[in-house]
Design a protein around this ligand. Structure first.
Ligand code: NI
Length: 275
């Protein structure tokens, strides 16, 4: 499912049984450190370079999660899918070794890397990421057992868009979602009626991490600070199974994003290359 290679670096992190129990009960967990400050500084440099170069824009891997993403329009929530495709040095690193170790403690020894992305909230204009469940973006035919490990590359708090979770929401099915502003040109999804009473915010130091399941309701607020808010997200899972009960994620069926058009165009151009 992924071209990401397993890193050779030995992990330095091990969850306690209490942390494991909290994760399964509440659907999320916060860790103060998943990597070193030196590695955070290294990651930030690569991260900023990829966004400055607009890496992956041509093939639909870089796009605005919160807007219509037309050319020349400033993105308020730019995202890069698969950043290590554009900076292969990211396939190494303690952050990745520790993330895999944590994923295997929580999901089982067969857990593998399933993908990664980077979500940037630019200084002052960075938009909120509305309440959603990650699985709402995925294939409705499959049953997932996966998690996202969300790593901030600077301190995060309510002022610049730290993670917020609804404890226990991991035990519910996928609720109906719709595109942001009900606009099918926008990639980002919003849960129709998120019950967010009791939501917990998770401020963290740079190089910490939050972990959440594919069903946990989560949110990050706008970035009101004068610095960019950078988050690097690694996804892990066991092999998804075919569901016996069908379901419809109708909110994805009429999407017509500029990002999909760029990806489609890139695929067509590639097919037309002479062998
Ligand atoms: Ni999410």
């Amino acid at each position: 499912m992924s071209e990401i290679t397993t890193t050779e670096i030995a992990p330095t992190i091990q969850l306690t049984q209490h942390q494991i129990d909290c994760y399964h009960r509440d659907g999320y967990l916060a860790l103060d450190a998943i990597t070193t400050q030196a590695e955070v500084a290294w990651l930030r440099e690569i991260y900023d370079r990829l966004f400055a170069q607009r890496a992956g824009r041509d093939v639909g891997d870089q796009f605005d999660l919160a807007g219509t993403d037309e050319e020349g329009q400033e993105a308020t929530l730019p995202q890069i899918l698969g950043p290590s495709k554009y900076a292969p040095e990211l396939k190494q690193g303690l952050f990745r070794a520790n993330a895999l170790a944590v994923a295997r403690q929580l999901l089982g020894p067969e857990a593998q890397a399933h993908g990664e992305h980077a979500i940037l909230k630019p200084a002052r204009i960075g938009a909120e990421t509305p309440w959603h469940q990650d699985e709402a973006y995925w294939n409705p035919m499959l049953e997932y057992n996966s998690m996202s490990i969300w790593i901030p590359l600077q301190d995060v708090n309510l002022h610049n868009g730290c993670m917020q979770f609804v404890p226990g929401s991991n035990h519910q099915e996928i609720v109906p979602h719709h595109p942001i502003n009900n606009d099918p040109r926008i990639h980002g999804l919003v849960a129709d009626q998120a019950h967010t009473e009791g939501a917990v915010a998770c401020p963290l130091p740079a190089g910490g991490a939050t972990i959440h399941t594919n069903r946990t309701l989560h949110y990050t607020g706008p970035n009101h600070s004068d610095q960019p808010r950078r988050a690097y997200i690694l996804i892990f899972g066991t092999q998804a199974k075919r569901r016996t009960e069908p379901r419809s994620f109708y909110w994805n069926e009429n999407k017509t994003t500029a990002r999909d058009q760029r990806a489609e165009e890139a695929r067509r151009n590639e097919e037309q290359q002479p062998m």
